[in-house]
Design a protein around this ligand. Structure first.
Ligand code: CA
Length: 220
């Protein structure tokens, strides 16, 4: 699960990045509208946090361009406290949710998780597959009632497959949702992470579909 954070205020961006990383998301940051537009057009993001007041190109314009270009990822806009007109404009431009500044980090993270869940058609935060339970809100995983400790990369990979359970997700696509842009992925290749997950969750959970990718078995 990978988030694009668009915020020109360095201190706030740092705080949000830290909260997102703690919630096990990979995070890319853009500090102006032009960079944001480019990343949003080229990157595979599970959700975007978009400040509206941005240098170079404003946030609303960026959002309209994404939507006009067919980009459908969930977008949460950050607005001024009393900016009701901004909120309305933002929602009409294709935003899925908004948060007025200042906001609590916990609320931002909870709203993003809900947006991601909804974008995959899941209303409930807990996803269940046989003995495997994934609480996407608390980032907790259990197998037959026993807690399983996962690294951020392992949890992200499992979450991507679980949100799309039953579907084959290609290695390329998985990779795009796993790592932040500047992450050194050499020692953490997809195959290595899948291997570790299988050891922790049991062999039958993640299927390899030869030449196509991986799939989380939906039933069980
Ligand atoms: Ca700003």
């Amino acid at each position: 699960m990978r988030i694009l954070l668009v915020e020109d205020h360095d201190a706030l961006a740092g705080q949000v990045s830290a909260a997102l990383a703690e919630a096990l998301f990979a995070v890319d940051r853009a500090a102006d509208g032009e960079e944001a537009q480019h990343l949003g057009e080229t990157g595979a993001y599970d959700a975007v946090v978009l400040d509206l007041g941005l240098p170079v190109v404003d946030g609303l314009t960026v959002l309209r361009r994404w939507r006009a270009g067919g980009r459908t990822m969930p977008v949460l806009i950050l607005t001024a406290r009393d900016g009701w007109a901004e909120k309305v404009e933002g929602l009409n431009a294709g935003a899925d949710d908004y948060l007025a500044k200042p906001f609590a980090m916990g609320e931002l993270v909870a709203r993003l998780k809900a947006l991601i869940r909804r974008s995959h058609g899941h209303a409930h935060p807990e996803l269940a597959f046989g003995d495997l339970r994934i609480d996407t809100a608390a980032a907790r995983v259990t197998v037959a009632g026993q807690g399983v400790k996962l690294t951020a990369l392992e949890f992200r990979l499992l979450a991507v497959l679980a949100h799309r359970a039953g579907e084959v997700v290609s290695k390329t696509e998985l990779t795009e949702h796993l790592y932040a842009q500047d992450f050194d992925r050499d020692s953490n290749t997809l195959e290595v992470i899948v291997g570790r997950l299988r050891r922790k969750l049991g062999d039958g959970v993640i299927e390899t579909v030869r030449g196509q990718g991986y799939r989380l078995a939906a039933g069980g």
